[in-house]
Ligand binder design. Structure first.
Ligand code: IMP
Length: 216
């Protein structure tokens, strides 16, 4: 196992400010010297893998190789059962070039038309794959997932992305209504992070994936 002691530099391989905030909150107790790929001006690699783990690995390896520091990437998305798991790895792309998630949520609403009928299948989930990569190419990946229900119309102005149309199982508030601290403590990202932290920030065996729930 390779550890990252307090004070180590860690590149957070994201250009998404919403994710950066959530990741910074989750890493705060470790006392790492975090810097984002955006702040370092690193290029955004093509995320062309078919699954969350593959995309997280692409982003983490690109940032670790380009910066010479350990890098942590997250690939995540929203899925609906009625859409066979879409938008899934295409969650960001459904928002279009303007990155407008009102557009993305409206597309989910339109494409999952049968879900909104009485008795329709509204099952939905958020998935998060985390990949920690070192400049020599070693990687470790972790998966987290939260199950819930898609709701329409969207509710709440907190969070980002698809948060307003997701009601976690057993909850009464959508992710858009929930106070950020509560979401950050229970989200798919928090679950993936719990595994990362439990393993002491990654293991030495490069191909291993730790999973909390199945990946879709
Ligand atoms: P990527 O991981 O940067 O490719 O983007 C994943 C996309 O999934 C984000 O742009 C969001 O639209 C969506 N997403 C991932 N996690 C969350 C979340 O916690 N809340 C809302 N949307 C999310």
């Amino acid at each position: 196992m390779r550890a990252l002691p307090p004070g180590s530099k860690l590149v957070i391989a994201t250009h998404n400010p919403g994710k950066l905030r959530e990741i910074a909150d989750l890493l705060a107790p470790l006392g790492l010297d975090c810097v984002s790929a955006g702040e370092l001006g690193l290029p955004e690699p093509d995320e062309d893998a078919p699954d969350f783990v593959g995309n997280a690995r692409i982003k983490a390896l690109a940032a670790a190789t380009a910066s010479g520091f350990a890098a942590l990437a997250d690939d995540s998305g929203f899925s609906m059962a009625a859409l066979a798991g879409a938008p899934g790895v295409y969650s960001a792309r459904w928002a279009g070039p303007g990155k407008d998630f009102t557009v993305a949520m409206e597309r989910v609403h339109a494409e999952a038309a049968s879900a909104w009928d009485a008795g329709g299948d509204r099952r939905a989930w958020f998935s998060c794959a985390l990949c920690l990569a070192w400049p020599d190419g070693e990687t470790a990946t972790f998966l987290g997932r939260v199950e819930g229900e898609a709701i329409w119309p969207p509710r709440g102005a907190n969070g980002f992305g698809y948060d307003p149309m997701f009601l976690p199982i057993g909850g009464s508030q959508s992710y858009g209504e929930m106070p950020p601290e509560e979401k950050h403590a229970t989200s798919h990202r928090a679950r993936a992070f719990a595994q990362l932290l439990a393993r002491g920030l990654g293991r030495a065996d490069g191909d291993d994936t730790s999973e909390d729930g199945a990946e879709h």
